[in-house]
Structures are given as C-alpha cells and as structure tokens.
Design a protein around this ligand. Sequence first.
Ligand code: NAD
Length: 504
Amino acid sequence: MTVTERPGTPTFTDGFLVSSSPATGAEVGRVAVTDPDDVRAAVATARAASTWWAGLGFGGRRARLLAWRALIVQRLDEITDLMHRENGKPTDDAMLELLITVHHLDWAAKKAAKVLGPRRVPSGMLSSNIAASLEYQPLGVVGVIGPWNYPVFTPMGSIAYALAAGNAVVFKPSEYTPLVGKWLIDTFAEVVPEYPVFTGIFGGGETGAALTAAGVDKIAFTGSTATGKKIMAAAANTLTPVLIECGGKDPLLVDADADLDAAAEAAVWSGMSNGGQTCIGTERIYVHEAVYEPFLAKLTATAKAVTPGEAVDAAYGPATMPSQLDVIRRHVDDALARGGTAVVGGAESVSGPFVGPVVLTDVPEDSAAVQEETFGPTLTVSKVRDMDEAVERANATSYGLGASVFSKRRGIELARRIRSGMTAVNSVLSFAGVAALPFGGVGDSGFGRIHGEDGLREFTRPKSIARQRYPLPMSIYSFGRTDKTNALLIRSMRLLYGRGAPKR
Ligand code: NAD
C-alpha cells in the first residue's frame, strides 16, 4: 500500500500517475502518463476514427451509444465502488451520479437526429425559388478536460453530447480521478471496438495543456475559473473554440411564504452532500426577515445531524482534493475573524480529510466566504429585508452558475431575475437531471452549454445549403440585373419593410 503524505494527492512515479484514496491514502491504481508527442498522436488517431464515426450516421451512433449506456448500467456496482475508492464519495451518491449520467446519454443518443439532422427552413419571399436547408455537422475531434468532483457526470455532459453529434473525443480526466475516466474509455471500447473513437490521455495540468495545443477542433473544459482562463488564452493561438464550465457560488433564496422544512432540508443537502464539492451546490442563503429565525432553527438542526465518513453509506466522504482544505479553512477563519458566527461547526470542523458541516451567520458580504467558491460543506446564511434585496445580493458575485428559490407565489419571477445559467424553484439541483435543459454559466462560471439541444449543437457547426429549384425570370444575384429589376426590388422593399417608422 502506497500512502501519500496528504491522502488523495496524486503522485507521479516512473512515468506513471498513481491515484490514491482521499480517505486512507491507499493506492487505488496507476496509469501511464501521456507525453505531449503521444497526445498529438492520440488526436491524429482520433481524427481518422472521427470520419468513420461520423459516417455511421445518427442511427448507427445511436445504437452504439445505447449499448454503452446499457453496459454502464450492468456494471453499476463496479463503477460506483471505484468512484468510492478513488473520489471518496459514498456509493449511493455515486449511483445517483450514474443515474443522471445515463439519462443524459440516452437523451443525447435518441435526440441527436432530430436536433442536428437536415431540415428545411423557410426561404422567404425574395428567395421563393430557393430550397433552404440547415444541418449541424460534427466538428471532428473534441478534447474534453474534466474535474474530479463528479468524475462521471461532469465530463460526460460533454463526452456523450459530442459523441452523439458525430465527433471523436480525446478525454483528459482529472489527475485525482484518472481510473474512473479510464473505466469510461474502456467500457466504450467494448461496444465500439472498430476504431478509437473515444480515447484517453492521462496526467496533470501539462497534459491538459498539451491537448489544448494538439490541433483539436474544440476544447470542452470543466474545472476552476483560473484554469479556464489559461485554457482560453492558450486556445486563442490556434483559434480553437472553447466551452468553459467553471465554478460557482450558488445562492439559495427563501421567501416569506416558502415551505421552510423543505427549504432547510434542500439547502443542507445541496450545500453539504458530496462534501460541498458540487459546482452547482448551495454556498450562500438569503432569507426573508419574516422567516429568518424559524428557518435558521430548522437549518441548524438538519445540518447538525449530518456526519461525514469513510463508510460507503456515510452522508458524504472526504475532501477529494486535499489542497482544498486550506481554502475552506481560510474562508471559515476569515468569516469568524470578521464578525461571523458559526451556528454549526466552526474552525475545528476543518481539521482532517473529513470536514464537518459548518453554518455561518452575520458574515460580511465582501468576505471570501460569500464571494469566493469554498467547495466545502459550508453555508453562509443572511437575513434580508425583502426579496429584492435577496436578488441584489444573490447577483453580487462574479459567478453565475446555478441558484435556487423557495417561494410559493414568486418562484418563477425571482428565478428569472437571478443572474445564473440555471435556477431551481422549490427544489435544488433539479435542472441537472432534466436532459432537455441546457447547463452552463455566466461571468466567472464560464460560457457555452452542455445538455439539451444547445448541448448537442455546441459540438457542431451549422451548415446552410440553398438549392435553386428554378431560375427566376429576373436575375438578382447577377451583373445582368436590369433597371426594371432594381425598381421592382425597391418597390418590394418599401412594401415589405418600409412601414412602421415614427412619423416626422
Ligand atoms: P482544475 O481547474 O484544477 O482542473 C480541471 C482540469 O484541468 C484537470 O483535469 C486538470 O488537470 C486540468 N488542467 C489544469 N491546468 C491545465 C492547463 N493549464 N491546461 C489544460 N488543462 C489543465 O479544477 P478541479 O479542481 O479539477 O475542479 C474543481 C472545479 O471545477 C471547481 O471550481 C468546480 O466548481 C468546477 N466544476 C464546474 C462544473 C460546471 O459544470 N460548471 C462542474 C464540475 C466542477
């Protein structure tokens, strides 16, 4: 058993990336690190495979992707056990992650033809002799760079949709969860043995950087905002398009008429499940003053009952990335030093790999615990005079990924006003499980969308085709255009578009 200094920190030994348990430090397994030449070779091989994969058409790809989906479900115990050992999360949480993932894989495989396939579009009066059609063609090779917190669900939001759209994929899993990534690649190869349509490269940040520079047709990145900026800058050198899915500081709003039991239970689960390592997990709560006290009482009672641990059925597991403990500690210490109160847990909760639940009140809005992504099982709770103030404060960070609103009467109205890519009303995280809903952020949370129709189109380029069905008696797109034709065009323009201007 190899025990690393801080359990879970990946180590690089003799050309291998050694992955270890964040709970115990025990080695989970190792993979060979891919050097930059091999990264370029992987992209070149994927390019050849992409032609074959695209040529299968929607029907052929759908059959294979659905077979992969079924294989993943058959091997559920194997992958959830591996996720528990490598990422640290309880197996039930891993199961939930898999359920949502296969739901998306199923949706992408089945909807791709309808969303992306050729379709006629109206050509308009001026082009009545033209048959206009639109289709969305695959880009070629998509490079996917993933994080460790949801090592299956998160990268698969790009992988499943990119594959369904007809692309080959080269995947660089996080150095904290390379074996889970490899498992996905290996199971895909079982159902698609013909060509390396979905392959992996392994290593740390420099391997991801090599992929960005290896001539892929798009980079789909999920991870921290700091890395997202580096990737975007590097991709600019080759005008490689990027999809950037970064962190968040998601707010949860509790209105005066909210179901407080439901809101408190949901807030604790959203903020603390997966050890708070959820990009769309609640980190800040804004509560209408009329219900602040009863809500806080319910929230603290619920949070106090949550216990992390190594067991497969613990509420949540260890911090997967040990260095995050320093961030969590800094946020809690700073909040307490600046007048905040810990009503659940406290500085002592951040002592080992298993961080206890922390609920903070009276934390200044400009402090790190309110402005920066904590990525631990912590919540800040603030009293607001009304829901306008709640929306204003919710919108006052640089992030804009997800959000939640608990309100009986004003849920939709408040949801619309929150600056975020997704908002759940009277629930938390629920948008992630609706395959038709696009997923992504604004501001420091990134741009571009996975999931839904937008998530399929993200990995394509629109192709427009205008076929002339018969020549018009008067030629428009020609040097032979006559004065008579020009006069007719001016009359048509006035008739069609010239009315409705303000009177002078
Ligand atoms: P990270 O940015 O440290 O690493 C992400 C990936 O980028 C890893 O595979 C890493 O090896 C790679 N990488 C690092 N430097 C690179 C470089 N210069 N060029 C190319 N690749 C490089 O992030 P993380 O700690 O793995 O993930 C946690 C973050 O991910 C959190 O901020 C979380 O909110 C975010 N996240 C966002 C979403 C979303 O959908 N928006 C989902 C999950 C996680």
